[in-house]
Design a binder for this molecule. Sequence first.
Ligand code: GAR
Length: 203
Amino acid sequence: KLRLGILASGRGSNLQAIMDACQNGFIPGEVIIVISDKPGAFALERAKQAGIPVHCLEPKSFDSKELYEGAIADLLAGSEVELVCLAGYMRLVGSTLLEAFQGRIMNIHPALLPSFPGLHGQRDALEYGVKLSGCTVHFVDEGIDTGPIILQAAVPVLDDDTEETLASRILEQEHLLYPQAIKLFAQGRIKVQGRRVKVKAQE
Ligand code: GAR
């Protein structure tokens, strides 16, 4: 079983979808540890509810980003985590964490990358006026939402959408897409060639 470590800053609905998919056998994996940068994150409650060890590390209690991420990397490595999943983790991952888990950090973003990276994917898509948006699961690199794309799902943008209605239509797809991408990784079916991620057929 693939050992998963999840980083989350907020509500944790993607964390929930991942925990559920592990629980029901869709993902041949197990959430080993959940780490948040926000003490009040509901994600922490969800993990506790599921009996999963949680940690909260606040960047402000460290002297540098290197030390903060070093502490996270130590926790993840100490739990022998094999894949790190960012699930609403609202920070830029730095070189310390990237180097510790090279090619083994995934993120989900609420837009069709490379459009609308950053903190407000849904709002930016709505303001731009695109008619399709969606979500993207990608590997994390040093840029802002720039790493190799693993899977994407599209949803329509409707004339009467607000940021909230669009976000919830996208979120529904996130909850399907993220477990799917993790499952492929767990099955060893993801191959990265430069920017392109290819999915091997099932044996
Ligand atoms: C999700 O929509 C996720 O795609 C987005 O935050 C939300 C977290 O929801 N992530 C980003 O915008 C990353 N820049 P959740 O806490 O309920 O999973």
